[in-house]
Design a binder for this molecule. Structure first.
Ligand code: DSN
Length: 416
């Protein structure tokens, strides 16, 4: 693999080889990651990386865009079929760019965003002060109920009435429960605001019908295309015909230049794969696996935010069971054993974003490797052992051996 890169640039080839080995030999449990198919990888690494195609299919600013038109149209048509949207823009370079496209289409600087707090499961691009969204707009944030860990929809309604937002953002990055889109929509309508549902994490679950869909409910649905949907890397915006022109203009020329046509090719290929019946089984297995993982962690004495999961991820609050252990320290110890996840803030965070009180774990990648509930229960036991004895080298070695065996039993990218 990477023979041509090796000939041209051994240092980069070494790093690429290391990354392939790392993915094969560790358990990818960062909830936003997955393993794209070799076909998606090949499309992303294709000659379309060379092409400039500003504009949209049939209306480009440069010559030579025939194949680009074909690829982008395929991506759009497949996305429409997957999610049932009237209008789709597949050009955003990322989920954050997709959110930027919607904000720029519908808001003026200084307008008001009401979104979930980052430490409660929200996302930077929903209005964090360190992000453009927090700098250009006036932002107020809602929270999850401290008792249940579920979105406090009643509190959201009261907050919306008092704040009078221009847009209400739903859809989250570290929220294990099904989002009740209609309830957020009712709140948005009650204050005459738009509703943006960011399904970045759950695009695949929504496409497969394993999670309720906000398409046709919210005014705008954004997402990224490489998480649970497992397509090429990037973002996507879905909306109605009514807002199509505004959204398209906000993406190009509003906030981006040339679309990354190689990534759009990867999106088209991945969306095609997701239209196959096997993808529905995959998405259901992702959720079944997350539930098995959560059960195992809970049986081992760990506290799950909201008590469980309906999605691809679990969020562990370490403060009850391991008050002296931070999520960052747990992340480091787990990585030593080959279990790769991230320390994560939890609702009511008492540490910091750099060294938070929780860990977040997703099952999309392990499910792509073919793992089912028994394997995920085993992984839950392994995580618990590391968390309990994170500074005991013998425990870390023993867990590491079991991780190696799991990686061997569920091989990845054999044909690369
Ligand atoms: N960084 C992604 C996540 O981990 O949730 C979202 O952008």
């Amino acid at each position: 693999m990477y023979d041509r890169v090796r000939e041209a640039d051994p240092a980069v080839a070494d790093a690429l080889g290391d990354e392939l080995d790392r993915q094969r030999g560790t358990l990818a449990m960062i909830a936003s990651e997955n393993h794209a198919s070799p076909a998606v990888l090949e499309a992303q690494g294709s000659v379309l990386t060379n092409k400039y195609a500003e504009g949209y299919p049939g209306e480009r600013y440069y010559a030579g865009c025939g194949p680009s038109d074909e690829v982008e149209s395929l991506a759009v048509e497949r996305a429409k079929e997957l999610w049932g949207a009237e209008h789709v823009n597949v050009q955003p370079h990322s989920g954050t760019q997709a959110n930027m496209g919607v904000y720029l289409a519908m808001l003026d600087p200084g307008d008001r965003i009401l979104s979930l707090d980052l430490t409660h499961g929200g996302h930077l691009s929903h209005g964090h002060p360190a992000n453009f969204a927090g700098q250009l707009f006036e932002v107020e944030q809602y929270e999850v109920d401290p008792e249940t860990g579920y979105v406090d929809y009643e509190g959201l309604a009261e907050q919306a009435e008092a704040f009078d937002p221009d847009i209400v953002v739903s859809g989250y990055s570290a929220y294990p429960r099904e989002v009740e889109w209609e309830r957020v929509q009712a709140v948005a309508e009650s204050v005459d605001a738009y509703h943006l549902a960011d399904i970045a994490h759950i695009t695949g679950l929504v496409a497969a019908g394993v999670h309720d869909s906000p398409v046709g409910v919210a005014d705008f649905v954004t997402g990224s295309t490489h998480k649970t949907i497992r397509a090429g890397r990037g973002g996507i915006i879905m909306t109605s015909e009514e807002h199509a022109d505004a959204v398209d203009a906000a993406v190009f020329p509003g906030s981006q230049g040339g679309p990354l046509m190689h990534n759009i090719a990867g999106k088209a290929v991945g969306f095609g794969e997701a239209l196959e019946p096997a993808f529905g089984e995959y998405a259901q297995q992702v959720v079944d696996n997350a539930r098995a993982l959560g059960d195992s962690l809970a049986e081992n004495g760990l506290s799950l935010v909201s008590g469980g999961t309906d999605t691809h991820l679990v969020l562990v609050d370490l403060r009850d069971s391991h008050p002296d252990l931070s999520g960052g320290t747990a992340e480091d110890a787990l990585e030593e054993t080959g279990i790769v996840l991230n320390g994560n803030t939890v609702p009511g965070e008492t540490r910091s974003a750099f060294d938070p009180s929780g860990i977040r774990a997703g099952t999309a990648g392990l499910t792509t490797r073919g793992m089912e509930e028994d394997a995920l229960r085993q992984v839950g036991d392994l995580i618990s052992r590391v968390v309990d004895d994170h500074d005991d080298p013998e425990v870390l070695d023993a867990v590491s051996e079991e991780v190696d065996a799991l990686c061997a039993d569920y091989p990845l990218y054999d044909d690369l």
